[in-house]
Design a protein around this ligand. Structure first.
Ligand SMILES: *[C@@H]1O[C@H](CO)[C@@H](O)[C@H](O)[C@H]1NC(C)=O
Ligand SMILES: *[C@@H]1O[C@H](CO)[C@@H](O)[C@H](O)[C@H]1NC(C)=O
Ligand SMILES: *[C@@H]1O[C@H](CO)[C@@H](O)[C@H](O)[C@H]1NC(C)=O
Ligand SMILES: *[C@@H]1O[C@H](CO)[C@@H](O)[C@H](O)[C@H]1NC(C)=O
Ligand SMILES: *[C@@H]1O[C@H](CO)[C@@H](O)[C@H](O)[C@H]1NC(C)=O
Ligand SMILES: *[C@@H]1O[C@H](CO)[C@@H](O)[C@H](O)[C@H]1NC(C)=O
Ligand SMILES: [Ca+2]
Ligand SMILES: [Ca+2]
Length: 932
């Protein structure tokens, strides 16, 4: 007995660890990556060439990766997921727990038909894994792509390094050059040993050598670095994998610390290879002597969606009105969320399981209506979760020969210490289990069922006003990638409302959604509905009389707007007409208005799903229309602990603190307000007003090579196609979205008021420029007391001739600037500091570097910031520049000098321009466009 217990625990531990280490479900086995999922979007027309090309690409990538990583890593097994829309073939096996949404690599059209840049969606910091790699079918099948990106296998390795090891690009399209000294600039690249020519291509296609601009101390705008086809430098893959000599990542000895690129900015001037060497993959690997065998590639095809609701009806479900709330939420799932064409069955369980109804296909609204009659209305008895799960499998087997790829939605509120007894069955079933933990006592092993099967995890409290159960069910949509069929939640709001008072709100319906629009109103106590008034944008009114009302013990009122709902602001008001206060809630869902216009969606991610105090949780929300980021929206996350305490946070896309890129549609924020152990659930709300802009995502790409110099001849590729302004910028109108952001489990939270152990976050946007009084003006966004919340207590600013000295390990020993009189403002505020140099290094072409960190009132020390750089140029007086301007100089310490200021890592050009302007006009100008 005791031995078995131990083994079970061992089993549990393994799953917890697997999940935390990988994030994506790729496993590393003796250097071989296994279970890499490549999924083809259902919108891609059937084409066997895509599959053949993927096979070749993976094979080539495997041997390239092997040699690039000193014979440590290769691709061992890869699964290609073929969409349901393609003709079935005998060699296509049935998908199990894999899905398009969880794939590591997706093959999908670019949303705008302008280009095929392969890229990786990367929102974490240095060393953090990315979300997915996006390749287009044109990239895979059109051989003309070879000229601009190089062999596909090499491209895959470049992107894989972004995805797996969190390294960044070593080129920078927005800051293609950096100043290296007086009248000297070089291309942003790694290693600096890569040779080439600086070429300007005119509109007519004629090429000439670039002009050097004295004003900016860089090459003219539009200048391109054209590499020599033959190189001796073997690094680096994160710069230009297409060069045949590029066989390695930049390492400590050949890394270019001066290059103004994301790698230097995000990874504190470490080389890509150093970052890879610091990964857990590297720590658990060793060089392999013999070359690896070719990757095993299997083909799997998606099938119809098959779902079984497995619902807890044990005695505890009678408390807190749980059974009625379960029915409200499950009804919403059946009537609105589950996609037409899917198959659904229902099982209930307490000490034993009951099959309520076998699989029925959702073909019409009447099937949906009839299914809801099988939802439970009463509860009693114990809780044996495994009996419910096994019955769910039986329901699948009544229709199919295998449970592979079928989905169970498992809802429970109970403790059950026998959950692990069906782990082995669950594991071998190939089914996906989504778990919803209701209340504080739900079995602790519940999440493991989701983890081991790739299911979604939710938790809902008994605090009705958070609408958690409804939000969880709203999120369980198909993961097939076919967004036009999915239900999209626009609004979810619940509040305790006093007698005769109102729950009011506005839902903005934009032109990308509007079909199948439902308003769902719930109430908690009365046995008659509240007063309801909904006004459409054109003024049409709907009252409770227009709603379908279920006031038995479910307490829901539902309104379906026929056809496509009007675009604009819908205003709702719900009045509590009951004699006492009660909870009222409003949920609005809709679907895409057109098959051809991708709807705006929000997805939310966490940096980890189980966390130990005091590590912070990072919440990310991705707001996009297809692959196009949407910027300028208001994004709020509500984090609720299992006892129902909730904290609201605004998420920001401003490129400061934990948000690595400004305006990429990924909104980010730290969360540290841990009040107790256990589950925390997250809900994200997005509101966009007019003039919302979409931008083309331009990060973590494979570089589009402009051409090569071969035997002295310049061969240029076709210029990179640019999207039109109309495609980039469009007025979507106002829109509303909400989504459940899943949940995480917290441990190690000390009892009572937790001590302040959270330092201010790392400042990532330090810039430096020179003002008209010959002083250095440093500016940055203030961090908080606890990462990016609250107010820090003081700053430390350092300067040095050596940027590496300003990193954390040696920060203390660098020269300090006197920062007394400088107090931090509340997190998110732009701050600046003026440094008047007294002792100044006067050598021509000297680089001066600055860094800053913040410290809070509990003496928690924040990480050292990015490093901002200035190059000092001393010029003879008076000087004339090549463009014929006269005096471009001014006095400093009796030496005539021009100081060209170069901002941190990649934020270069604008600051330089602003210095020049200040020199010419004695007027301070500043550009905040960072170009990254
Ligand atoms: C291949 O791509 C090039 C460049 O994008 C394009 O001009 C050409 O039409 C494509 N060929 C095919 C067969 O799609
Ligand atoms: C860096 O890579 C080069 C080859 O690209 C190699 O010769 C050198 O030894 C490497 N240095 C380190 C520190 O690994
Ligand atoms: C993750 O990988 C393991 C083993 O490699 C596999 O058994 C499991 O089904 C995978 N989970 C998902 C969600 O794909
Ligand atoms: C939405 O409804 C309209 C009719 O109101 C219909 O023409 C259109 O095809 C529907 N869109 C989708 C994606 O089903
Ligand atoms: C976003 O929030 C700001 C400040 O809270 C507010 O002024 C603005 O109107 C909001 N914008 C939208 C689109 O809701
Ligand atoms: C600094 O270098 C530039 C370019 O080489 C030169 O024109 C200038 O005279 C030098 N200044 C001093 C003070 O040596
Ligand atoms: Ca961002
Ligand atoms: Ca603090």
């Amino acid at each position: 007995m005791a031995k078995m217990k131990l083994n079970q625990w061992h089993f549990l531990m393994v799953f917890v660890l697997l999940h935390r280490v990988t994030g994506i479900n790729v496993t590393l086995n003796n250097g071989g990556f296994e279970n890499v999922i490549i999924a083809i979007n259902p919108g891609i027309p059937e084409d066997d060439k895509i599959i053949d090309s993927i096979k070749d690409m993976v094979k080539d990538a495997s041997s390239y990766l092997f040699s690039a990583t000193e014979q440590r890593f290769y691709f061992k097994s890869v699964k290609i997921i073929i969409p349901l829309t393609w003709t079935p073939k005998p060699e296509y096996k049935r998908v199990t727990t894999e899905s398009y949404d969880k794939a590591d690599i997706i093959v999908a059209d670019p949303f705008l038909k302008y280009g095929d840049d392969p890229y990786t969606l990367q929102y974490g910091g240095c060393g953090e894994p990315g979300r997915y790699i996006h390749l287009t079918s044109n990239f895979l099948t059109n051989d003309s792509m070879h000229d601009v990106y190089g062999p596909r296998g090499r491209v895959l390795v470049h992107e894989w390094a972004h995805l797996r090891w969190g390294v960044f690009d070593e080129y920078n399209n927005d800051a293609p050059f950096y100043t290296t000294g007086v009248n000297q600039a070089e291309a942003t690249r790694c290693s600096a040993g890569i040779t080439g020519q600086y070429i300007f291509r005119s509109n007519t296609g004629a090429a000439r050598k670039c002009k050097f601009e004295y004003r900016t101390q860089l090459y003219e705008p539009g200048c391109q670095f054209i590499p020599d086809k033959k190189q001796t430098a073997s690094a680096s893959i994160m710069y230009m994998q297409s060069l045949s000599s590029a066989m390695q990542f930049c390492n400590k000895s050949n890394h270019n610390i001066k290059a103004t690129n994301m790698q230097n900015k995000q990874c504190n001037f470490r080389s890509t290879w150093e970052v890879i060497m610091n990964s857990s993959d590297y720590a658990s690997s060793f060089p392999i002597n013999s070359p690896p065998s070719a990757p095993a590639i299997s083909l799997l095809q998606t099938h119809d969606r098959v779902v079984c609701l497995v619902l807890d009806v044990s005695g505890s479900m009678t408390t807190y009105d749980r059974i009625a709330r379960l029915k409200q939420a499950a009804e919403l799932f059946l009537l609105q969320i589950i996609e037409t064409g899917s198959w659904v069955g229902i099982v209930t369980f307490n000490s034993y399981a009951t099959r309520q109804i076998g699989l029925r296909q959702i073909t019409s609204d009447s099937v949906r209506e009839s299914l809801k009659n099988y939802l439970p209305t009463s509860a009693g008895g114990g809780t044996i979760i495994c009996s419910g799960v096994r019955q769910g499998f039986q329901v699948f087997l009544e229709k199919y020969t295998s449970t592979k790829g079928c989905e169970i939605v498992l809802l429970t509120d109970g403790e059950d210490n026998s959950v692990s007894s069906c782990f082995a069955e669950v594991q071998s079933s190939g089914s996906i289990i989504h778990t919803i933990a209701l209340g504080p006592n739900a079995a602790k092993e519940l999440e493991m069922l989701a983890d081991m099967t790739g299911g979604l995890k939710f938790s809902a409290t008994d605090s009705l006003d958070s609408n958690g159960l409804i939000d969880a069910f709203s999120r369980i949509s198909s993961e097939s990638g076919d967004i036009s069929q999915q239900s999209i939640q626009l609004e979810s709001k619940g509040e305790i409302i006093k007698r005769f008072e109102w729950l009011d709100g506005t839902v903005s319906i934009d032109k990308t959604v509007g079909n199948d629009t439902f308003f769902l109103v719930t109430w908690s106590t009365a046995n008659y509905p509240p007063g309801i008034l909904i006004k459409s944008p054109k003024g049409k009114r709907y009252t409770q009389d227009n709603f379908v009302i279920d006031n038995t013990n479910v307490r829901t009122a539902r309104l379906k707007i026929p056809g496509t709902a009007e675009t604009g602001d819908w205003i709702y008001s719900v009045q509590n007409t009951h004699s006492t206060e009660q909870v009222l809630s409003v949920t609005v869902t809709s679907r895409a208005a057109s098959e051809n216009v991708i709807p705006v969606t929000v997805k939310s991610y966490l940096n980890r799903e189980s966390n130990t105090f005091p590590s912070p949780i990072v919440i990310y929300a991705e707001v996009s229309q297809g692959f196009l980021p949407i910027v300028g929206a208001n994004v709020t996350a509500t984090v609720e602990s299992q006892s129902g305490k909730s904290v609201e946070l605004d998420l920001f896309d401003d490129g400061s603190g934990v948000d690595i890129l400004k305006s990429d549609g990924i909104y980010s924020r730290y969360f540290t307000v841990f009040t107790e152990n256990g589950r925390y659930s997250i809900k994200v709300r997005v509101q966009g007003k007019d003039k919302i802009v979409r931008r083309v995502r331009r990060q973590s790409h494979a570089l589009y090579v402009p051409g090569y110099v071969e035997n002295g001849v310049i061969n240029l590729n076709a210029p990179k196609p640019e999207p039109s302004e109309d495609d980039i910028q469009t007025d979507l109108g106002s829109f509303s979205r909400t989504t459940s952001g899943g949940s995480f489990v917290m441990s190690g939270v000390p009892p009572g008021v937790p001590p302040d152990v959270f330092p201010p976050s790392k400042i990532t946007d330090l810039e430096v420029e020179l003002n008209e009084d010959d002083e250095f003006l440093l500016s940055w966004t203030a961090p908080g007391n606890d990462y990016d919340s609250g107010t820090a207590e003081r700053y430390e600013i350092k300067m040095s001739n050596n940027p590496l000295e300003l990193r954390d390990a040696t920060f203390n020993s660098a020269t300090s600037l006197n920062t007394s009189g400088m107090t931090p403002e509340v997190a998110g505020t732009k701050q600046s500091f003026i440094y008047k140099p007294e002792e100044f290094p006067k050598e021509n072409g000297t680089s001066i570097y600055f860094a800053i960190r913040a410290i809070d009132n509990s003496n928690n020390v924040g990480e050292a910031s990015n490093i901002a750089r200035a190059v000092l140029l001393l010029a003879a007086f008076p000087s004339a520049n090549t463009e014929g301007h006269t005096t471009l100089s001014f006095m400093l310490n009796q030496v005539t000098m021009i100081v060209i200021i170069v901002c941190a890592a990649a934020i270069v050009i604008c600051a330089i321009i602003s210095i020049t302007i200040c020199c010419l006009h004695k007027k301070k100008t500043r550009h905040h466009e960072t170009g990254m």
